[in-house]
Design a protein around this ligand. Structure first.
Ligand SMILES: Cc1ncc(COP(=O)(O)O)c(C=O)c1O
Length: 379
């Protein structure tokens, strides 16, 4: 397959020296994202303070995220991390005894499990859905775990560990059939997969900017479906969650319309500058083509890994995974360091090395990383 985004490579200076294949952790820095951070610094240095301009960056970033997932800007709130978003959602649920269940995947990102477990003190009961031998969770396993006591089903779109791609529309159908809400952790998919929250009937979805969204840490976006937002009152709140944040009325706890009620304190403005530029760049591409290209790179990675005899932790079918391909290794952290010394930026987690290309990467970079890894494991 021809590289459909080869002309974008000049936007990522690091690619002239290194193969950055770590989008499951941190994507490469794009020139417009760097310039946006410098714009914030220039504004701070030259103007001293520009609340209006800085808030404009936050609102623009929200709009760009909305576009990326086929939502409306008034369905987006801004926080600092995906963990914060899950905590805020939990703070809005009451966990009455008749409907106090939280169902979460056993292989989902640990922070999300920690947030739900913390709500057991408020009466929640957490049930973990078990994966199969391939580290994938079937819809049947969700169906067995969700029941009429379930208040919330929390699902990872793409696994941080092995890239397994979940059928979130299927999970949403199961949740809704039992009157439960569905929360999607899209941190490993947003920016790499064409997400449509309307089509898939998602209630709440979260992603941070650092991974496939090309931004930096410290900012995360929450989609909250309009009708759902109206009946939720998060106790994790702050002045930006009010109808008018600038009313400065200490007694007036009103909740803004829609997702805005999930805003908390002063938004992370410098990160919003970066996120606005990053999301604009992503939205200037055709995301379904990005998804198709990354599936192609998955096929290339799986085939090369098999040829080299590497042990894979990822599903064998490219249609069942996102961009990340995970190879089992001993001492993953050491291998990550050695790979970086050889010019391949990959990411270690537990017992795997994750190779996570984005649209700017080439087949040669993916194959080169796997051959270098294989050589290292053999030597
Ligand atoms: C799938 C997934 N969810 C959640 C997180 C945690 O996000 P945050 O640090 O923004 O809370 C990560 C971090 O790697 C992740 O990969």
């Amino acid at each position: 397959m021809q590289h459909p985004f080869s002309e974008t490579r000049t936007l990522f200076p690091i690619l002239t020296r290194k193969a950055q294949l770590s989008s499951c952790s941190q994507s490469a820095l794009a020139l417009p994202v760097r310039a946006a951070i410098q714009d914030y610094l220039a504004s701070w240095q030259e103007d001293g303070m520009d609340w209006m301009g800085w808030m404009e960056a936050v609102n623009d970033a929200k709009s760009e995220f909305a576009k990326l997932i086929h939502a409306h800007p008034d369905e987006i709130a801004v926080m600092s991390s995906v963990s914060d978003i899950a905590s805020s959602l939990g703070s809005a649920l009451t966990f009455e005894p008749a409907q106090n269940g939280i169902v979460v995947g056993d292989i989902d990102f640990p922070s999300i499990g920690h947030v739900w477990l913390a709500h057991e003190r408020k009466g929640a009961k957490v049930r973990f859905v078990q994966p199969d031998a391939e580290h994938c969770i079937s819809l049947a396993a969700y169906a067995e775990t969700i029941d009429r006591h379930t208040a919330l089903v929390s699902v990872s779109h793409v696994s941080y560990y092995n890239g397994f791609l979940q059928d979130i529309a299927g999970v949403a159908r199961l949740a809704h059939a039992h009157g439960a809400l569905v929360f999607v952790d899209a941190y490993q998919s947003a920016g790499a997969i064409d997400i449509d929250v309307e089509r898939d009937q998602i209630d709440v979805l979260a992603s941070g900017a650092q991974k496939f969204m090309l931004g930096c840490p410290g900012i995360a976006f929450a989609y909250v479906r309009r009708a759902v937002a109206q009946r939720l009152f998060p106790s994790n709140t702050g002045w930006f969650g009010r109808v008018n944040p600038f009313a400065f009325d200490i007694h007036g706890l009103d909740f803004a319309k829609g997702a805005a009620r999930f805003n908390t304190g002063t938004p992370p403005m410098v990160n919003a500058f970066a996120a606005r530029a990053a999301l604009k760049l992503l939205n200037s591409l055709d995301i379904p083509t990005v998804e198709t290209y990354l599936r192609h790179l998955s096929g290339v990675a799986l085939e090369e890994a098999r040829r080299l005899g590497l042990e894979l932790a990822s599903p064998a079918d490219p249609h069942r995974k996102g961009a990340t391909t995970a190879v089992k290794v001993k001492d993953a952290a050491r291998i990550e360091r050695l790979m970086a010394e050889k010019g391949f930026i990959v990411s270690a987690r537990n017992d795997v090395i994750r190779i996570a290309p984005h649209f700017y990467n080439t087949e040669q970079e993916v194959i080169g990383a796997l051959r270098t890894l294989s050589g290292m494991l053999a030597g």
